[in-house]
Design a protein around this ligand. Structure first.
Ligand code: SF4
Length: 314
């Protein structure tokens, strides 16, 4: 597979297989909230959360249409892009009544260049009505739901104030599978108190649960977060670059080769990033991960006995 040559199944490769060209993802802020911030579950949020640090449009004054237009203009002028994915990224993008969500998602219909709709949300913020609505977009778009899980260990979820459980995630995945929507999961590598074995358990559980994609984040500290206080007090040890590369390769070896790697490492805007600063050397780190797999003579799926779920286009 070009996948084996590539050593892991990249998102670009996946999209190219479907659309025959590079497709750009446009990050959007639909103005929706989050129950972990508005007091419904908590008013403090996840300890690492500052949406401004990773979402270009988080709490922008621009309308969705304006966000889409300006991003499409930028990517077509600079990279010649012609096709785009609308990525509802900031906050919790199923956290509203279904009619309102329909209005939000329907914005994409105004733009012929949009070929995909990706919705990022919490696993405890979906129900059958919302999933049914999202499934309708499959007629005309490539549709994925990305669930923020971060870890499969409830005691670690508690410690980072996620306020949902691994069981909530499994229930959301089962519901989403019934409507044949592709599922991605967000995982954080290097969470406080997560041991190496905890992370490998995560890999095994994710490999088994039959989802189509994984998005990796490395734990990093953003300004104005609970995590920043812990970090400044000296009570937080972050992974080194070398440790991240090693753990990521171990992780990839345990995931099904068919599982799309939606992202290998997260980045953050410099003005918000406290530590570690190396995360923003994204291309270099991706290269180092490939080199490490090459050195080992392994690839994604090397130690995985699960076939994994098939994606649209595979
Ligand atoms: S669920 Fe997402 S938006 Fe809400 S507090 Fe956590 S990271 Fe932030």
């Amino acid at each position: 597979m070009s996948r084996v040559k590539e050593r892991f199944y990249s998102f670009n490769n996946y999209l190219r297989g479907i659309f025959g060209t590079r497709v750009h993802r446009i990050s959007l802020d639909a103005g929706l909230g989050c129950p972990n911030i508005d007091g419904t579950l908590s008013d403090e949020g996840c300890i690492y959360c500052n949406n401004k640090g990773f979402a270009a449009y988080a709490r922008t004054s621009k309308t969705l249409e304006e966000q889409i237009e300006s991003s499409m203009r930028f990517y077509s002028q600079h990279l010649g892009a012609k096709k785009f994915i609308a990525y509802f990224q900031a906050f919790t993008n199923t956290y509203a009544q279904t009619p309102h969500l329909k209005k939000v998602y329907d914005t994409v219909k105004k733009f012929d260049e949009i070929v995909g709709v990706f919705i990022s949300t919490r696993p405890d913020c979906v129900d059958e009505d919302k999933i049914k609505l999202i499934a309708e977009y499959k007629k005309n778009y490539l549709v994925w739901i990305e669930y923020g899980l971060q870890t499969t260990h409830d005691h670690i979820l508690n410690s980072i104030n996620r306020n949902h459980t691994y069981k909530d995630f499994l229930a959301a995945v089962e519901l989403t599978k019934r409507y044949e929507i592709q599922v991605g999961v967000h995982l954080i590598v290097g969470l406080p108190s997560a041991t190496y074995q905890d992370m490998m358990d995560d890999a095994l559980r994710i490999a088994k649960c039959g989802i189509q994609g994984v998005k990796f984040h490395v734990l990093h500290v953003l300004k104005d977060t609970q995590l920043e206080k812990v970090y400044r007090s000296g009570r937080l040890r972050l992974l080194t670059r070398a440790e991240y590369i090693k753990v990521l390769c171990d992780y990839l070896e345990r995931l099904p080769s068919r599982c799309v790697v939606l992202r290998l490492i997260s980045t953050a805007f410099g003005e918000y990033l406290v530590a570690p600063l190396w995360i923003n050397q994204k291309s270099k780190i991706i290269e180092e991960i490939s080199q490490e797999l090459e050195k080992r003579g392994t690839h994604q799926g090397y130690y995985c006995s699960y076939e994994g779920a098939r994606c649209q286009g595979q």
